[in-house]
Design a binder for this molecule. Structure first.
Ligand SMILES: Nc1ncnc2c1ncn2[C@@H]1O[C@H](COP(=O)(O)OP(=O)(O)O)[C@@H](O)[C@H]1O
Ligand SMILES: [Mg+2]
Length: 371
């Protein structure tokens, strides 16, 4: 980018500082002239003598004084100018020093070094505030980039696993052509399905992150009913009771994404439940201008320090055996979180004291979410 080269801020500040000082000096001299020197007599010898209320003043004439005064005034003004320029230059330098530090930090960030912080000390002024805001922004960027890198590494790892299994299966089949083909095809099919599920979950995650979907009024309770109906066979297979309670509550968003969110939550609540005899409750209600959804399930007690991390991609809690056909890819809650964020809502996870999880989601209701 090319810009016109101009005076530096330091030069401009110095010039204005010296200029103001000079102006103040000139004004002061003008005031002196108006209020003091004007009262002096002109050169007329008759007027050298003046009478104020009976008292007689005899003094120098105006010309005398001007003659003596002018060089002194000029010297004073010249001194003010030099003093203003010098003082201004030093003061402006000191004032602008924090800006240089902030600019340095911005330049380093521009080159990709996000670990640098300004950590400005000193009084709590505007520069300090700017530096603190800048540090906070760097912090945010830094952790975001780290998160993205972790995500990319995890995603590649997860995608490589089914490919590696596929290659092993194919190697085995090539080395031993007499083996049962049917079993091989079944296993290849299962591995392939999992890879497709994973890829689709990743695509969904990037789509919901982008906020690029059409918004329409959606009734959350209907979405809950639909998800419960779809997952009823799974619940029955696991001898889990599925309850849908509450009232209709409207929000605005993508019905498809919200259904996906609900399905992920209910599927988790069924799959990560007690082996048999567990319960799942889905509750919807309007509350203070928001639509509230609660999905609650019984299950094993969850360590509370583990719970906040469950929404991170590929986090799978303290899972025991994962040979389950419904074992997820670890993106379920990450997708839920991303869909909730895209709908300007909030997501809260809480372990239940008796075991299992309580998920609470708040979405803005119809009126509020238009922005
Ligand atoms: N309703 C739930 N009850 C208990 N644990 C849960 C529940 N939902 C999620 N979890 C835990 O959070 C982890 C991450 O969930 P998720 O992102 O859906 O991945 P996945 O289900 O594929 O393992 C799960 O592995 C499980 O340990
Ligand atoms: Mg899941």
């Amino acid at each position: 980018m090319h810009r016109r080269s101009g005076l530096s801020a330091r030069t401009k500040l110095t010039i204005s500082y010296a200029g103001f000082l000079l102006l103040a000096g000139v004004l002061l001299l003008a005031v002196m002239w108006v209020f003091v020197l004007r009262w002096l007599p002109t050169d007329d010898p008759r007027s050298l003598q003046r009478t104020f209320g009976g008292v007689v003043f005899i003094g120098p004439s105006r010309a005398d004084l001007l003659r003596g005064f002018t060089p002194a005034a000029a010297t004073a003004l010249a001194f003010l100018l030099v003093f203003g320029l010098l003082g201004g230059w030093i003061l402006a330098g000191r004032m602008l020093a924090p800006l240089t530090r902030i600019a340095d930090a911005a330049r380093m960030a521009g080159y990709g070094s996000l670990s640098h912080r300004i950590r400005m000390k000193g009084p709590d002024d505007e520069f300090r505030e700017l530096a603190d805001v800048f540090d906070a922004m760097l912090e945010q960027l830094d952790s975001h980039v780290a998160e993205q890198q972790r995500f990319a590494a995890n995603a590649s790892h997860e995608l490589r696993t089914p490919l590696a299994i596929t290659r092993t299966l194919l190697d085995v089949a090539r080395d031993d052509p007499t083996r049962d083909q049917g079993e091989l095809i079944e296993r290849l099919h299962a591995v392939n399905t999992r890879a497709i599920d994973l890829t689709e979950a990743l695509l969904l995650l990037s789509r919901s992150d982008g906020k690029s979907f059409t918004r329409e009024p959606v009734d959350l309770s209907l979405i809950a009913e639909e998800a419960a109906e779809t997952l009823l066979p799974l619940a029955e297979k696991r001898q889990t009771t599925l309850d849908v309670t509450g009232e209709t509550t409207q929000t605005v968003g993508s019905a498809a994404l919200l259904l996906r969110m609900m399905t992920n939550l209910v599927q988790n609540a069924i799959v990560h439940n007690l082996p048999a005899g567990g319960t799942v409750t889905i509750h919807t209600e309007p509350q203070h201008g928001a639509s509230v959804l609660r999905v609650e399930n019984t299950g094993h007690p969850l360590p509370s320090e583990l719970v906040p991390a469950l929404t991170e991609p590929f986090q799978r809690g303290t899972e025991r055996v994962r040979t389950d056909e419904h074992a997820g890819v670890g993106l379920g809650l990450a997708i839920v979180h991303s869909i909730v964020r895209a709908h300007d809502g909030t997501l809260a996870l809480a372990p239940r004291p008796t075991g299992g999880l309580l998920v609470t989601i708040r979405l803005p209701d119809q009126g509020l979410s238009r922005n």
